[in-house]
Design a protein around this ligand. Structure first.
Ligand SMILES: Cc1cc2nc3c(=O)[nH]c(=O)nc-3n(C[C@H](O)[C@H](O)[C@H](O)COP(=O)(O)OP(=O)(O)OC[C@H]3O[C@@H](n4cnc5c(N)ncnc54)[C@H](O)[C@@H]3O)c2cc1C
Length: 383
């Protein structure tokens, strides 16, 4: 069992840290304050190849493994969770879905531009009336002589108002329930597609989250991704990989909280006080919880790359990483007492941002259900 990163993974980790220090860290607080989506920085991530890292070379990617992709999300989220979420949803969900399930023609049309960050992808599953119960979606796609007509509203969509390419899950055979859902690619300027309300959020204020409204959107037959009525299965597969990504995203935030806390305790040590012992013990616990999550995420990524079942492993990684990060960011704020409350303090932003880890791409309750289901069916791989 080798816990070391490969040379390539190490290079990617160093490169993204360097990028984060120079291009993200100095501006993240202002982006959060102003709810500003940093388009130019996203474009630079694309130009440097970070947005297409996991895509195959024939569509402009570098064919990197799941752990390398997770290191990029983690590295960006370490400095700005909003930007990290953009990378995770653009690369892992939208581009990932097209790469894994779309026709070659569609892959060649969309992926090179998505890989370079010239176009941004959005992945549209959630609706006002269906989140955890994703199969209960109401968006309809009706076939006619010219293709498909899509109608419905998507909710909480990352890149919902800044995206160029939307992967949309819609019901093509309502009587079949989850077996009657299909996936489509819809381009931004297709008549009838528009962004609705932009969601103001507790955290992740620099991430673009909006409703996406489809009002009789006509798409040609070639915009169907893969086979008709296979969209829900595709979405579940995409979410499996997405959960590794979100685990890494959480770990990045948690890592930030730990580093800030270490710096704070070092500073406090200059004037010894009885509070220090408790703080040191909390630091140890932060590190331990975060590291436990990271080991699980490395394992899930390893199973994915090995082509082995990894659904429950990804859920475990996301669950442990998100809860560890929520704990660590809460502690980091507590450490600094009143001083942490200032909007110029990164730890208060980390705490607000961390909450999404327990909600997005399946809530903690849903992860527990996935793990329990695997346990009860005897399908949980162990070491
Ligand atoms: C910042 C942000 C970005 C997002 N980006 C995207 C995106 O790009 N694309 C996209 O499609 N979606 C996106 N989402 C949506 C996200 O995936 C959903 O919010 C999430 O799946 C939860 O769904 P919900 O909000 O409808 O909550 P609900 O499903 O209504 O859940 C509410 C509560 O009930 C619990 N609950 C529900 N069902 C059960 C059950 N059966 N057993 C036990 N407990 C249950 C949940 O765990 C939760 O605590 C985003 C959300 C946020 C906040």
């Amino acid at each position: 069992m080798d816990f070391a990163l490969t040379d390539e993974q190490r290079r990617i980790q160093d490169a993204i840290r360097d990028f984060g220090e120079r291009e993200v860290k100095p501006y993240a607080a202002a982006w959060d304050r102003d709810e500003a989506f940093p388009r130019e920085v996203v474009a630079r991530l694309g130009a440097l190849g970070f947005l297409g890292l996991g895509l195959p070379p024939d569509v402009g990617g570098r064919g990197a493994d799941a752990l390398a992709c997770a290191l990029v999300v983690e590295g960006v989220a370490r400095y700005d969770a909003s930007l990290g979420l953009t990378v995770a949803s653009h690369a892992g969900l939208a581009s990932g879905h097209i790469n894994q399930f779309a026709s070659d023609a569609m892959r060649r049309r969309y992926l090179p531009r998505l890989a370079r960050g010239e176009w941004l992808g959005a992945w549209c599953l959630t609706e006002p009336g269906s989140g955890s119960d994703a199969a209960g979606l109401c968006t309809r796609a009706v076939r006619d002589a010219d293709g498909w007509l899509l109608t419905g509203t998507k909710m909480f969509i990352t890149q919902g108002s800044v995206g160029h390419v939307y992967v949309v899950l819609a019901s093509t055979a309502p009587e079949l329930g989850q077996r009657g859902i299909s996936a489509f690619v819809v381009e931004r300027d297709t008549p009838g597609l528009r962004s609705g309300r932009k969601i103001e959020k507790l955290g992740l204020r620099a991430s673009d989250t909006a409703e996406v409204i489809l009002d009789n959107v006509r798409v040609p037959p070639g915009q169907l991704i893969g086979e008709e009525n296979r969209g829900y299965k595709q979405a579940l597969r995409i979410l499996d990989g997405g959960r590794i990504s979100i685990a890494a995203w959480c770990h990045g935030i948690g890592r930030g909280a730990l580093e800030e806390s270490i710096a704070y305790v070092r500073e406090r040590r200059r004037c010894p006080s009885p509070a220090l012992r408790g703080m040191e013990s909390t630091l140890a616990e932060m590190a331990m919880r975060l590291e436990a999550g990271r080991v699980l995420l490395c394992r899930a990524a390893h199973l994915k790359d090995a082509g082995r079942p990894f659904r429950a492993a990804a859920s475990m990684a996301k669950l442990v990483c998100s809860e560890a990060t929520m704990w660590a960011t809460t502690r980091a704020v507590q450490f600094q007492g009143g001083a942490s409350a200032g909007r110029d303090q990164p730890v208060e932003r980390y705490l607000r941002d961390a909450k999404l880890g327990e909600i997005g791409e399946g809530t903690s309750e849903m992860q527990r259900r996935v793990i329990a289901r695997a346990l009860l069916s005897g399908g949980l791989p162990t070491l």
